[in-house]
Design a protein around this ligand. Structure first.
Ligand SMILES: C[S@@+](CC[C@H](N)C(=O)[O-])C[C@H]1O[C@@H](n2cnc3c(N)ncnc32)[C@H](O)[C@@H]1O
Length: 370
């Protein structure tokens, strides 16, 4: 995106705030990410070494291969219904789906009965996905939202999808919880301000009522929409969904809204529309929504344990056999990056949601209490 366009979104937001007053953190994020002309996901390719951030499938093919193994065992646990839809929410460059399909082709005899359904909002990334999946042996379809995908037996995959959704933030003052809003300071720079008071019993979990002044609580309203759409897929057909993301088991206070530009952390107010804004996923809130919608829910499990149990170590040993010295070093460091708790292994978690009739999908062993 050019500086000129960038200036435009910043100007638009500032003019709006001057005329109408501060906006919620959610509205600010929504504009920065999805503004039809200048939003972050309207621009080029945000992923990879050249972009702003790197995701697990872009680090190593082993991540997608492990998720492919998860799809195979889950398909079997569903009693191998055919045809089966593999749905991916937020497929990025299409790398994860390409790796999943390669595993499925090797490991499942009914591979040809698959269709692939990609839910993507960015027109640019849709084009990239088309190139990556060109020549795929399964038919591939694109949608703007999960609500558009036809019903049928389905496995849904979402890696680093939920962290994109705009959040509301609330801040505790001496007296009460308030919506946190984005306004302007004396120099007309964006600034966080304290908005209207939130009535007791609405949104803020009761155990946080007496949190220390200055505490921040985050809430993502769009998770409910996502979970309703997931539930629709499970109404008449077997369905299993896997959400992998960075997040925590809530409720907790703390600010996780973050901004990334060129792999560096920056202020969320820098260059609106040109910077990736995300927030950590509250897996407890997500699981509660799944259960409230009549689905079964397992996890979350740390990504490290999840990938290790699916066999990432054994897969690396196989790949090492035909690898150069340099490739062997990269394979070892990739496994560490994906699995070690001090890297992605503990912060990233996997949550599984299934239709009520399904058995526990490996490698999950504990159902979230309903
Ligand atoms: C952080 S990237 C993750 C990409 C990929 N899953 C990966 O692991 O490499 C987020 C993806 O979700 C897409 N996305 C963001 N918000 C979306 C929305 N509301 N609906 C559909 N796709 C969305 C982005 O365009 C992008 O493809």
């Amino acid at each position: 995106m050019s500086d000129n366009k960038q200036t435009l979104l910043e100007q638009q937001l500032k003019s709006y705030i001057k005329a109408k007053g501060p906006v919620s953190v959610r509205a600010f994020m929504e504009a920065c990410l999805y503004d039809p002309q200048h939003g972050y996901y309207r621009q080029g390719n945000p992923l990879g070494a050249e972009g702003d951030f790197i995701t697990a499938p872009e680090i190593s093919q082993m991540f997608g291969e492990m998720l492919g193994i998860w799809c195979v065992t889950t398909w079997q646990a569903m009693a191998n219904p055919v045809p089966l839809q593999i749905i991916e929410l937020g497929p990025g460059r299409g790398t994860l789906m390409a790796d999943i399909l390669r595993s499925l082709q090797r490991l499942h005899p009914n591979f040809e009965m698959l269709s692939v359904h990609l839910v993507e909002r960015s027109a640019t990334l849709k084009e990239t996905q088309k190139k990556t999946l060109e020549g795929s042996l399964c038919p591939v379809y694109w949608y703007n939202s999960l609500s558009e995908v036809p019903e049928g037996p389905s496995i849904i995959i979402a890696n680093e999808f939920l962290d994109c959704f705009p959040i509301r933030q609330f801040i505790k003052t001496d007296r009460a919880w308030h919506e946190r809003v984005v306004g302007l300071d004396d120099q007309e720079n964006f600034a966080f301000l304290v908005g209207s008071e939130v009535p007791r019993g609405a949104i803020i979990p009761s155990r946080l009522f007496n949190a220390a002044p200055g505490s921040v609580f985050e809430f993502c309203p769009d998770f409910e929409v996502v979970m309703k759409d997931v539930c629709r897929m499970a109404k008449r057909h077997p369905m299993a969904a896997l959400f992998v993301d960075y997040g925590f088991e809530g409720p907790q206070t703390g600010e996780t809204l973050q901004a990334l530009k060129g792999h560096k952390s920056v202020t969320p107010f820098l260059m609106p529309g040109d910077v990736d804004l995300t927030a950590h996923v509250d897996f407890t809130a997500l699981a509660a929504l799944a259960v409230a919608n009549g689905l079964k829910c397992y996890g979350p499990r740390d990504q490290g344990a999840f990938l290790s149990q699916l066999g990432i170590g054994a897969r690396a040993e196989i790949l090492v056999k035909n690898a150069s010295e340099e490739q062997i070093e990269k394979l070892a460091s990739d496994v560490v990056r994906l699995v070690a708790p001090e890297h992605m292994g503990a912060l990233f978690k996997a949550l599984c949601v299934t239709s009520p009739s399904l058995d526990i999908p490996a490698p999950f062993d504990q159902k979230v209490a309903s």
